[in-house]
Design a protein around this ligand. Structure first.
Ligand code: BDR
Ligand code: CA
Length: 320
């Protein structure tokens, strides 16, 4: 059983990742920390509580940083827009009945990883890296206490930010935080950029299969994934229409099935200078630089194996 802590900016693919983490028998979800990202912190925290309550989880939720470390916050407040985002601002689940724990997520991460269970618990960053960078800055000893850090973010030959087309959203929201993380010296960092996640997409048929499983989780997952396919068709068409990546779920799935992705040990840094490349990950795929590789980077994925695993775990009536 692998212990994990998920740092999330819950939107629909974070929700799929949380479901996967909760239902896969090889994973123990210890806690969740929320961060500003897809939507503001109050929304990502509410969405996370909704999914935790829906799944009946006992894992505590800690709210974290409401804005990036340095740059102005680019996150739109849903209530200031007349029409909801095509991505969805509030998860389509019953309102939460639980609350976040009183401690700040950054203080929780420091206390947990400086404690006895820290070195046995993988940390997974599925949103902007603001919480994780803030914890590393406040307690630098964490670099020796976090046994492995899995990050969904970045891109080499793929981007998804209109104003910086070579950048990826999680890194672009807080590039200064990402730069702190990649330079931190954490021994095992695994990065799951768009180059991998865009090669592991779901289709409407996968949603049908999840729905036909007849379980509450399968039906909720089908709703979330259909929303993603619709949003990609509307605003971010991929080479294959009627498909959508499930970025965060692939990152978690690779913990239990490392063979889902092809990785290379490469040097990664982040552009923090404002401009067209703001927030872009520089991944030295040609190994031209003289910097020591600091990250295992997933540059490919086994779509069939991932989707089969996702459908098995999210379609199961109980822990799969
Ligand atoms: C990442 O950004 C968010 O929209 C998703 O939740 C994912 O973590 C993909 O670029
Ligand atoms: Ca996310």
């Amino acid at each position: 059983m692998t212990r994990i802590i998920l740092d999330v900016d819950t939107g629909t693919d974070d929700a799929a990742a949380i479901m996967f983490a909760a239902l896969h028998t090889g994973l123990e979800l210890v806690a969740l920390t929320t961060v500003n990202g897809n939507v503001p912190l109050d929304y990502t925290t509410d969405n996370t509580l909704r999914i935790v309550d829906f799944l009946g989880l006992s894992a505590p939720v800690y709210a974290g940083m409401p804005a990036p470390l340095v740059r102005p916050n680019p996150t739109r407040r849903p209530e200031s827009f007349p029409t909801p985002s095509v991505w969805g601002d509030t998860l389509d689940l019953p309102p939460a009945h639980s609350s976040p724990r009183p401690a700040h997520a950054v203080d929780f991460l420091i206390e947990y990883y400086m404690g006895p269970a820290g070195p046995e618990t993988i940390l997974v960053g599925l949103g902007p890296l603001t919480n994780i960078a803030a914890a590393l800055k406040k307690q630098p000893h964490l670099t020796r206490r976090i046994p492995a850090l899995y990050v969904m973010g970045g891109g080499h030959a793929a981007g998804n930010v209109d104003s910086a087309p070579g950048s990826e959203f999680n890194i672009w929201v807080d590039p200064h935080a990402a730069a702190v993380v990649f330079a931190s010296g954490i021994e095992r960092i695994a990065l799951f950029p768009l180059d991998a996640t865009h090669r592991a997409c779901v289709t409407p048929a996968d949603c049908d299969a999840l729905e036909q499983a007849g379980t509450p989780v399968g039906q909720a997952a089908a709703r979330f994934l259909r929303k993603r396919i619709h949003a990609y068709n509307m605003v971010q068409p991929l080479e294959r229409p009627d498909t959508a990546p499930v970025h965060d779920a692939l990152t978690v799935a690779a913990i239990v099935e490392p063979g889902l992705v092809q990785t290379e040990h490469l040097y990664v840094d982040v552009e923090v200078i404002p401009g067209l490349a703001f927030g872009r990950t520089m991944i030295d795929v040609l190994r031209r630089g003289n910097q020591r590789p600091n990250t295992q980077v997933a540059l490919g994925a086994d779509e069939a194996a991932f989707i089969s695993l996702l459908r098995r775990v999210l379609g199961a009536a109980q822990q799969a």
